[in-house]
Design a protein around this ligand. Structure first.
Ligand code: CP
Ligand code: NVA
Length: 313
């Protein structure tokens, strides 16, 4: 049975810890693991645009000696002209792993159910687990052990927030999520994150006023107000999310040592100001870079089964 990465729950607490340890190691050892998965092939399907995920996955594959193959959706017949299950069965005969960015989480699950190679979720409407690994790595670089830390998320409680909730549960930090009414995260994901956090001090708090989330936080995180697929709601959301812009005053309320994170792409002037994006507290470029090491760790662990890197030279 292949090991898939559909959400952070696929890894669980120990698995998340192992992938992060491996990620820090890959960052410390650039260029040393070009033979680790030599001859492997990783396919990538993007039903939505991508800059970071696409390039970082290609970088990560290359760093392990693998061939990355981008499969354009308009060149496939996934779900039309061929069943998702049949495409999964066929690609399993060619590839070592398959990554997919798409709309419904159900599609990723269907691929996984019919695939004998690891399926990696490269973002759905519900989750962005690859992002959460890079977020956690960047937080650890800045703050060390995350247990007991407070991270504020200001914005839309959808995919990125959901994956951060799972990270908080497994890594033991408190995530304070400020959203307008109607944009709160999925209650089932919040409840599960709280349960996982009980073991190690992690917590999830939902508030409406961003000031209640950011006060004294160790990190402030935001994401676009209109996610991919929701572009038609952009103007309406601009009105609804007014007051949720992370600006210098909000960062000042968090404190001078707090860091700023954003999964990117940023809509400067909406969810974040130029001054915060380009300011001294911003770690967004490190965060984007860390996508490479976390995806390298993920590809290596899922394909080889060696989660602790014991077989790495
Ligand atoms: N953060 C992120 O996933 O960026 P892309 O949409 O550019 O891949
Ligand atoms: N929430 C955003 C994340 C982009 C990486 C989106 O889904 O568009």
């Amino acid at each position: 049975m292949a090991e898939h990465f559909l959400t952070l729950d696929s890894l669980g607490r120990e698995g998340v810890r192992e992938i992060l340890d491996l990620s820090h190691r890959f960052k410390r050892e650039p260029g040393r693991h070009r033979d680790a998965l030599a001859g492997g092939r990783v396919g990538m399907i993007f039903d939505k645009p991508s800059t970071r995920t696409r390039v970082s996955l290609e970088d990560a594959a290359w760093a392990l000696g693998m061939l990355p193959i981008v499969l354009r959706p308009d060149e496939l017949q996934l779900g039309h002209g061929e069943t998702v299950a049949d495409t999964a069965r066929v690609l399993s005969r060619y590839l070592s792993a398959l990554t997919i960015r798409t709309f419904a989480q159900a599609r990723v699950e269907e691929l996984a159910a019919n695939s004998s190679i690891p399926i990696i979720n490269a973002l759905t409407d519900e989750h962005h687990p690859c992002q959460a690994l890079a977020d956690a790595m960047t937080l650890e670089e800045a703050l060390g052990d995350l247990r007991g830390r407070r991270v504020a998320f200001v914005g839309d409680g959808n995919n990125v927030a959901h994956s951060l909730i799972q990270a908080a549960g497994y890594l033991g930090f408190t995530l304070l999520i400020a959203t307008p009414e109607g944009y709160r995260p999925d209650p089932a994901i919040v409840a599960a994150g709280r349960t996982h956090g009980e073991a190690n001090g992690g917590g999830i708090e939902l508030v409406t006023d961003p000031a209640d989330a950011v006060r004294g936080a160790d990190a402030v995180y935001t994401d676009v107000w209109a996610s991919m697929g929701k572009e038609a709601e952009r103007e309406e959301r601009r009105r609804i999310f007014a007051g949720y812009t992370v600006d210098e005053a909000m960062m000042a309320s968090a404190g001078p040592r707090a860091i700023f994170l954003h999964c990117l792409p940023a809509h400067r002037g909406d969810e974040v100001t130029d001054a915060v994006m380009d300011g001294t507290q911003s770690r967004v470029w490190d965060q984007a870079e860390n996508r490479v090491y976390t995806e390298q760790a993920l590809l290596y662990a899922l394909i080889s089964g060696d989660h602790r890197g014991e077989r790495l030279g």
